[in-house]
Design a protein around this ligand. Structure first.
Ligand code: G
Ligand code: G
Ligand code: MN
Ligand code: NA
Length: 254
C-alpha cells in the first residue's frame, strides 16, 4: 500500500529512468539492438527493482501510465542514437499484461513512433510467454493489430510458460527470447542443452529469429554459437547500463 502511494508520485517526480542492455549478434559480436529496462529511484528507499514494483503497478493500474512513459522515453532515446549515426540500432520494449490488454496501447505506440520520427521496424515489443497463453485468441488478435504499425514482436522468457511449441506458429511473432534459466545450465547441464537446441530448431523452422538471454560466460556463448543461436544478451557482454555508457559501447561495437 505504501509502495503504491509512492508509485503514484513517481512519474511526476521524475523518479523513473531507463537503462539499456545490448543485444549482440553472435557471428559478428556487433550490437544490433538494446532492451530498455525500467529503474525506479525512490527518494528515501533508493533503487527499487522492477520485480518489486511492476506487480504493484499492474494491480493498481498505474502500469498503463508508467508503460506509456517507458514507450515514449525508449523511442526518444532511439531517435537520439539514430541521429548520432547508429541508424541500424533497434529498441526492445517490455509490455506488461495489463498494458497489453488495454485499449489505448495501439494509439500510445503509434504516437511515440510518430512524435519521435523513428522507423517502426526498429522498434520491438516483448510479451512474455505466460501472458500469451492466458487468452490465446485475444492475444493473437492484439498482436496482429500491433503488427499493422510495422513494429517487431518477440516472446520473452520463452520456455517457462508451458506452452506447446506447436502453438507458436499461430502467433505473428518475429523473435523468440530463450529464458535465462535454460542458458544458466549451459554448457554442462545436458537437459538445458537439449531444451535450448529444441527451441532454436523449432524457432528457425517457423521463421523466427532467436536470442538467448542471461549469457554470462564464454563457454555458454560457444555452445550457443555451435547451436546456431543468432543473438545473445547478458552480463558476459554488458549489464543493462545508462545512456552514456551505452553510447560508448555502440562506438566500439557497431
Ligand atoms: O532489469 P531487471 O532484471 O531488473 O528486470 C526485472 C524484470 O522486470 C524483468 O522481468 C523485466 O522484463 C521487467 N521489466 C523491466 N523493465 C520493464 C518495463 O519497462 N516494463 C515491464 N512491463 N517490465 C519491465
Ligand atoms: O524478463 P526480462 O528478460 O525482460 O528481464 C531481463 C532481466 O534479466 C533484467 O532484469 C536484467 O537485469 C537481467 N539480466 C540480463 N542479463 C543477465 C545475465 O547475464 N544474468 C542474469 N542473472 N540476469 C541478467
Ligand atoms: Mn525482456
Ligand atoms: Na526474459
Amino acid at each position: 500500500v505504501e509502495l503504491e502511494q509512492d508509485l503514484r508520485h513517481a512519474l511526476k517526480n521524475d523518479e523513473f529512468t531507463l537503462v539499456y542492455q545490448p543485444q549482440v549478434e553472435l557471428d559478428t559480436m556487433q550490437i544490433t539492438g538494446v532492451e530498455a529496462l525500467l529503474r525506479w529511484y525512490h527518494p528515501h528507499k533508493g533503487l527499487i527493482s522492477p520485480d518489486k514494483f511492476i506487480p504493484v503497478a499492474e494491480s493498481s493500474g498505474l502500469i498503463v501510465a508508467i508503460g506509456a512513459w517507458v514507450i515514449n522515453q525508449a523511442c526518444y532515446q532511439l531517435r537520439l542514437w539514430h541521429d548520432l549515426g547508429f541508424e541500424q540500432l533497434s529498441m526492445a520494449i517490455n509490455l506488461s499484461a495489463r498494458q497489453f490488454f488495454q485499449r489505448d496501447l495501439l494509439a500510445t505506440i503509434k504516437k511515440s513512433i510518430a512524435d519521435n520520427g523513428i522507423p517502426p521496424a526498429k522498434v520491438e515489443f516483448e510479451i512474455t510467454e505466460s501472458m500469451m497463453m492466458r487468452n490465446i485468441e485475444e492475444t493473437i488478435a492484439i498482436l496482429h493489430q500491433i503488427k499493422t504499425l510495422g513494429v517487431q514482436l518477440s516472446v520473452d522468457d520463452f520456455g517457462t510458460g508451458y506452452s506447446s511449441l506447436s502453438y507458436l506458429k499461430r502467433f505473428p511473432l518475429n523473435k523468440i527470447k530463450i529464458d535465462r534459466t535454460f542458458v544458466s545450465g549451459l554448457p554442462d547441464d545436458s537437459d538445458d542443452g537439449a531444451i535450448v537446441e529444441a527451441i532454436i530448431a523449432i524457432a528457425h523452422s517457423l521463421g523466427f529469429t532467436v536470442i538467448a538471454e542471461g549469457v554470462e560466460t564464454v563457454e555458454q556463448l560457444r555452445l550457443l554459437a555451435i547451436k546456431r543461436c543468432g543473438e545473445f544478451q547478458g552480463y558476459y557482454f554488458s549489464r543493462p547500463c545508462p545512456v552514456s555508457e551505452l553510447s560508448t559501447l555502440l562506438l566500439e561495437h557497431l
